[in-house]
Ligand binder design. Structure first.
Ligand code: BGC
Length: 802
């Protein structure tokens, strides 16, 4: 018997059951009597959000100051795993200092559509880069003994109806895109915990999906950590436990624990399942506690500098014509736009945190100038718009713009346009910003637009403006990094990890209906769609300029052993600037039996080169670089044939290519139906992504069950019950609470998020998150009433509250 068995032996059933949920909002269960620690968990992902006062998970209450690093959109555009490892180490030290054992992140959900409100917290539309960068971050954090919680597992790609929506997706797409983001991180970095998502996946809630949590996660990928639910994501707790869900969070109601207790007593649940789960929990918390005992500290200024370094590698120079950039220090410039002084540097929602320090672009530019002996008088400033998005003092703004060499206009997406809790409706920036760009550009064509947003936007003025910088949500020190880039003290080196599209064709099936979202586009997500059909985009995946230019010499391939190829080439910096550059390798299968998007990213490397310096780069390709997931063999297979190896600076800027003949695996033969589906997806026309239901069902291997006109259940949003008497009353109460909560908020994004989250709230959510004000038993009674059984409902409530 080992030590853990010994501990289990000493625990009563009640004590064991208490491990099925969190101890409270932000702590995991421990057991003082036996010296088992309670570990604190907090959001994540781009900084430690430890709340000082009352609890909430929507970022409503303030948190203790900690370093606010850039959000994942920018992290992804660094294409630099080493830097993310360093960020992970820094985050872990802050956790040590604040006695936080698990950081709830990173979020690795794929950006299925640019409209997902939470995209700023996710890395990319590509699973390869997502998993490489997230693995580095997890490894960095865990290298200091702090746990991570890889989230949200899985296919949580939208905010609309996130608590209940059923994601219908075929297995190949699921494996190749949505699960792959998690797979590599689990296998290579073993996150100590993983957070299951709110949504359902092919009919079953992720928090009780045995296939997902046990078959795939533990048995196939070898995950040996702890699975926790997203906050309030439990549906059926007993089913969840059986499926592999260890802990219900936040665990403020203990009713579900009672259900587990009863299930064990009634022999509906085998105690060994609970024992296994507790062992996993104890192993993880012991490891973390050991690390926390080291009581490491951190240097806020050093972390601020690291946040700046990361921002500086992730800010993307989208356009630079007529050498409008860099600005020469000493040139007379105007900085316009409120965001230059009040930066938009992080997103709204559960990740919203309190920075230790906050730089702003205007001050950072003034210091760059002053450092070279030029006073602040060389830089004019006007806010141009206010926090309500009204244009202000436009004549004065134009007057300033007219009299300077160059104008830098800072605009972006305010919180009400993107946040956790709701999706975006369109790609447009607020109209006031588009108007400002055009009006200012008319009086001074040397204009540089600096954007602060977490996801792609439309730029109707793109051809009129010589300079565009995508600053993303660059964190607390990002403004200083931006100033250094603008002044040419550093070359930009970030590249987009997402497409900036001109149209929303690829988002045709996003965000689905009230209860279901069908991923009919299959593998045609992001650049996989735009590149396959040569559709024009605003800026392609992988795009990003530097202040230099680079040459890539022809590729040389060597076959090391079975399934390992080295692609070698020489890269040379042709310009006068030292700069980092990102080398991207895409694999393009030729004429295969299965349908494949035109190309997919399979390797990359960021290198640093001084003027005229050259370097030999080697990128390795393994079996996965050529493989597809076969739903018949249930394995990764490779089709024999030619694969084009393409190396370049973006998915649309390929410099060198070469063909590679590959002897594949023994792929299973296709039935006629399978062949029909593959051909259909291969031959989708250029202009639209209209997929017939019947075809998608063949791909799926079953029919899509449309849920219509069924009786209300605990997962029906109360909003939808509002036409019944009890629904009206409940909805009134919820709306009143919503108004009360949102009126306390100064941040408009937060207000909108509270309103959206509560408009989707269900009876189940109420029972789980109202701290006992509405119990599950009451919820069941209300449900009876909403379904027209008033007497039964009242009896249920009375009987169960007695
Ligand atoms: C979010 C998670 C977050 C949790 C705790 C949820 O609403 O989806 O990402 O970690 O709250 O704040």
């Amino acid at each position: 018997m080992n030590a853990l068995d010994d501990v289990l032996m000493q625990m009563s059933l009640e004590e064991k059951v208490s491990f099925c949920s969190g101890k409270d909002f932000w702590t995991l269960q421990g057991l003082e009597r036996l010296g088992l620690p309670s570990i604190m968990v907090t959001d994540g992902p781009h900084g430690v959000r430890k709340q000082s006062a009352s609890t909430d998970h929507l970022g409503i209450n303030e948190s203790i100051p900690a370093t606010c690093f850039p959000t994942a959109s920018l992290l992804a555009s660094t294409w630099n795993p080493e830097l993310l490892f360093k960020m992970g180490e820094a985050l872990a030290l802050e956790c040590h200092k604040l006695n936080v054992g698990v950081l709830l992140g990173p979020g690795v959900n794929l950006k299925r559509s640019p409209l997902c409100g939470r995209n700023f917290e996710y890395f990319s539309e590509d699973p390869f880069i997502t998993s490489k960068l997230a693995s580095a971050l997890v490894k960095g954090i865990q290298s200091k003994g702090i746990g991570t919680s890889l989230k949200h597992f899985a296919a949580n790609n939208q905010e609309f109806r996130r608590m209940i929506t059923d994601v219908i997706v075929d297995e190949r797409t699921l494996r190749e895109l949505y699960l792959m983001c998690f797979e590599e991180v689990v296998k290579s970095a073993q996150p100590m915990t993983l957070m299951s998502a709110y949504n359902r996946l092919n009919g079953t809630y992720c928090s009780e999906n045995q296939w997902l949590l046990t078959r795939v996660l533990r048995e196939e990928w070898g995950f040996n950590g702890v699975v926790l639910t997203d906050w309030g994501a439990t549906n059926d707790r007993v089913k969840g436990l059986i499926a592999g869900e260890d802990i219900e969070m936040p665990g403020i109601t203990k009713e579900n624990n009672q259900k587990v207790y009863e299930a064990i007593l009634n022999n509906h649940l085998d105690i060994s399942i609970l024992d296994q789960s507790i062992k996993r929990q104890l192993e993880v918390s012991e490891k973390i506690q050991r690390a926390l005992n080291e009581r490491n500290d951190f240097d806020p200024l050093a972390h601020h500098e690291l946040a700046k370094e990361i921002a500086s590698e992730g800010i993307v120079l989208l356009k630079n014509e007529e050498q409008v950039l860099p600005v020469e220090i000493g040139e007379k410039i105007a900085i316009l736009g409120l965001m230059a002084k009040e930066p938009k540097y992080q997103g709204s929602g559960s990740s919203f945190m309190n920075p230790t320090k906050l730089d702003n672009f205007y001050d950072a530019m003034v210091s760059c100038y002053e450092h070279e002996g030029y006073s602040a008088n060389w830089i004019d400033y006007a806010p141009a718009y206010n926090g309500h998005l009204d244009m202000i003092d436009i004549n004065h703004v134009l007057e300033i713009a007219r009299r300077v060499h160059k104008v830098i206009l800072c605009i972006g997406l305010p919180e009400v346009y993107e946040s956790e809790g709701f999706d975006r409706e369109r790609l447009e920036l607020p109209e006031v910003f588009n108007t400002l760009v055009v009006r200012i550009q008319k009086v001074n064509p040397s204009i540089i637009v600096v954007l602060s947003n977490g996801s792609p936007v439309h730029m109707p003025w793109v051809s009129k403006v010589p300079g565009i910088i995508e600053g993303y949500l660059y964190g607390q020190a990002g403004a200083s990094a931006l100033a250094e880039i603008v002044c040419g003290l550093k070359s930009p080196s970030g590249c987009l990890a997402e497409t900036f599209p001109l149209d929303l064709e690829a988002s045709k099936y996003f965000p689905g209906g009230d209860t279901q979202v069908v991923y009919k586009e299959g593998l045609y997500v992001g650049y996989r769609f735009y590149d396959s059909f040569n559709r024009e985009v605003l800026f392609p995946f992988g795009h990003g300029l530097t202040y230099s230019s680079f040459q890539i010499e022809p590729l040389r391939i060597s076959n090391l052993d079975a399934w390992s190829y080295d692609v070698a080439f020489r890269v040379k910096n042709l310009g006068n600037y030292r700069s980092k550059v990102i080398l991207q390798l895409y694999v393009s299968p030729k004429e295969m039996r299965m349908y494949h998007p035109k190309q997919a990213l399979k390797a990359f490397k960021k290198v640093d080169l001084g003027p005229n310096e050259a370097l030999d780069v080697v990128l390795n390709l393994d079996k996965r670089a050529f493989a597809y997931y076969d739903v018949v063999s249930k394995d990764w297979e490779v089709e024999s044939g030619s694969y084009e190896i393409r190396v370049g600076f973006s998915s649309r800027n390929i410099i060198q290519t070469t063909l590679l003949e590959i002897e594949g695996t023994q792929v299973p033969s296709l039935t006629e139906t399978q062949l029909e589906v593959q051909n259909y997806y291969k031959n989708i026309t250029k202009d639209h992504l209209e997929i017939e239901d019947t075809i998608f069902e063949k791909l799926l291997g079953r029919s899509i069950v449309h849920e219509k006109n069924k009786a209300f259940d605990l997962n029906t949003p109360i909003y939808e019950m509002r036409h019944t008497v009890i629904g009206k009353i409940l909805y009134y109460i919820v709306s009143k609470e919503t108004r009360k909560m949102s009126s306390k908020q100064k941040n408009a994004g937060m207000k909108k998020m509270i309103e959206s989250v509560l408009s989707e709230i269900t009876l189940r959510n109420m029972a789980m998150m109202s701290s006992g004000a509405v119990t599950f038993k009451m919820a069941e009674g209300f449900l009876e009433m909403a379904n027209g059984h008033y007497i039964k409902g009242i009896k249920t409530i009375i009987k169960r509250t007695q």
